[in-house]
Design a protein around this ligand. Sequence first.
Ligand code: HEC
Ligand code: HEC
Length: 216
Amino acid sequence: MRALAILLAVWTGTACADEVAEAKKRWQASPHGPMLERILPPTFSVQHLPDRDTRGAKLVVAYCVQCHNLPNPAMHHAEKWPGVVQRMVLRMEGRGNMGALMAEMMAGVNAPGADETRAIVAYLQRHAQKPIDPARYPEVNAASGEAFRLACNQCHVLPDPQRYTAAEWPRVVARMQENMEWMNRVVGSKPTPGEPQLALREINAFLARHARKPGG
Ligand code: HEC
Ligand code: HEC
């Protein structure tokens, strides 16, 4: 039984990965491939999805890789997801903005039904980002919180520092730096030549001051 379960798990994992690879080949080959490629970073993949055997996770894999890389449920906070998904569903139905661009891709694109959309939203919300509570961390609005405040709210809400320990944060911040480069976003204020654009030290120091205690 156990061997069968493992075999099945491996098989489903591969099937999902194949599905994603197929979809990616299709949108990458479109005339808008380079633009679509940069909408979301490629660093988050099916293996990283939480509860990936649930219906919600499978629906995200089935529908949300048709035009860009896989979205991470932890990218946005729960309140934000319904609006984002609605915008995406309209596109999948061929009724969204960027009409001309999307129309060229629409041939192979499937849209979820109302019930599936609800399952997708519920799944994304269940594993969503938790925003920082400024009442608990007033420093976020002080000068010493500025580097974090400016850099980290460009693509999503400011994350709760308690999500990780001080030892874990720098690796997440480094990935975010890659995300910024990937997504071609402007980072903070205008860079002075020769100076690092992102105040990594200040950001990591802010997060470390309020991070989760190891084992806590
Ligand atoms: C028909 C093509 C298409 C499909 C399918 C699609 N998207 Fe998108 N998505 C886009 C386009 C185009 C953009 C960039 C413009 C924008 O942000 O609206 C985008 C941007 C995004 C972004 C980054 C912008 C933001 O608001 O954070 C997220 C996250 C996202 N999509 C999530 C999803 C999810 C979740 C699904 C599945 C329910 C999905 N997408 C399915 C076309 C699509
Ligand atoms: C250019 C857009 C962008 C900026 C700016 C950005 N992020 Fe993100 N963030 C993302 C994307 C895309 C994801 C989902 C993919 C991923 O996890 O890499 C994400 C996810 C996250 C997550 C949840 C994922 C996890 O592993 O816990 C945290 C926490 C986070 N970001 C923190 C930060 C911090 C701290 C900063 C400031 C240094 C920052 N982000 C700046 C795009 C960005």
